[in-house]
Design a protein around this ligand. Sequence first.
Ligand SMILES: Cc1ncc(C[n+]2csc(CCOP(=O)(O)OP(=O)(O)O)c2C)c(N)n1
Length: 558
Amino acid sequence: MSSMTGAEAMVRMLQLHGVKHIFGLCGDTSLPFYDALARLDHGITHILTRDERSAAYMADGYARVSGRVGVCEGPSGGGATYLLPGIVEANESSIPVLGITTDISTTSRGRYTLTELDQEALYRPLTKRTEVIDRADRLPEAVRRAFRSMTTGRPGAAHLGLPFDVQQGAVAQDTVWADEDLGRYPARRAKPDPELVEQAASALTSAKLPVFVCGGGVVIANAMEELDAVATTLGAPVATTVSGHGSLPDDHPLCLGVVGSNGGTPATRDVLAQADLVVFVGCRAGSVTTERWRHPAQGTPVIHIDADPQVPGAIYRTQVSIVADAKLALQALRDSLMLMQPADGARLVREAKEKKFLEFEELSLKSDFPILPERIVATLNEVLPRDATVVCDPGTPCPYFSAYYRFNEAGRYFVSNRAHGALGYSMAAALGAHYGRPHTKTVSVMGDGSFGFTAGEMETLVRLKAPVMMVVISNSSYGWIKAGQKAGFDKRYFSVDFSRTDHARVAEAFGVKSFRVETTEQLKPALIAAAQHGGPALVDVIAQPLHEARAPVSEWVA
Ligand SMILES: Cc1ncc(C[n+]2csc(CCOP(=O)(O)OP(=O)(O)O)c2C)c(N)n1
């Protein structure tokens, strides 16, 4: 029977699952895998990164916008530990990212071999599935298990360890096969229990003002049309979490926008407070969304729809819990709703948005120095195409873009790493998103703190000539934490300020087209030029520090 090496089988298994891009960084233990990638004809592009953290964030950004599994790789030891932050973020955000780490030979274990570490133990608590493949002949089934695990049920990340000798071992050709459908997510969608759908439909029909709160699960399940149909039939406002942004387009008459402590505003919270029935869809109802489990108030009747059986009932007592794919559940709900008198949700949404945008618009017109975050958001919104993808880091970008940027397309056009909110995500995730949706503009918006975490990746952007645009909100501080010291610790500012970097000059040294903006007159022309530039471009904006801004943030410690 003909055979191939473990490394070759790994490449073929990825190819058979429809993988087109791998983000990663080389290492000693990866040599056979790299050699197989170099020799075989597989149609996969390897994107060499400058840090494994970035590789994982790229795979995450790619997966979020493409609906396909993102793949990243790194070598044993430091590679395996550096890949971890992105794997964790993806796993907790229900995004299927496969992290492949090569490893020392199985025969070298326990002998103080350079880079040895227990990869399975490292990844086990942080992934849906991890497996260090100890035998080459078991490699194909291990890869199939990883893809099944990542894309079915609640999607998430997986890890595969690939020891050096396993990469060189023999794999029988006929064991190398895959179900290509598992390269996309969500795969093998679960249908809702029809009886529970009937109960939910009847509760919705008798509610005066049902309000939806949608998490990332709606966009992940591509359930936007079904949500629109159900909400429109009911006349129900639709609020979202940060990750749920895009469940309805922002210009939809029922789209209330983001609620919660990061991007929510009193006006949006007021609408939620009026609900006599809240429907969580694809949403964990975590601390940020619910402003520490207070909004909606405990005791509000709740219907909870989620792919993960652990989620409904975890935070709120539910009237009906439906464990199913969001698209199938909303479809079933749509088909079960009788003709009814819809609620006047559109009016409530309109009034709340008028209130919310009144102050924002006033501030966005100010020509203050340093430039107000409101001005940056409003100008970017004016300048960028409707279908641009905006990837936001924590700090100033996340709450401001959550609250005020109008994403008028349904779907994943706003990306933020909301599971852990680690700094330094957006530049790499934006590059991944660019590969996931190459024909639309991708923009990364970061604080200067995040810039410091990720600046080295500009070499990758330049080498690849990627037309990714970056905006740095420069305030020479870890602004979010400084704001927390102001709000909760009597302005005892401690170890939160750093010196001003000239980010435009740093970017220029990498070969990035760059602009420094100090005045509001410079802002729009620079943003237009950067958006139109055919390669990577960066706009460094000297901005109002977050602790002085009127940020849409109700809790600094969420
Ligand atoms: C890896 C990591 N370390 C620490 C934090 C805690 N943290 C949250 S926001 C923030 C400050 C962000 O500063 P910057 O990127 O400059 O943005 P700004 O808040 O100033 O707009 C910090 C340190 C974090 N989110 N991630």
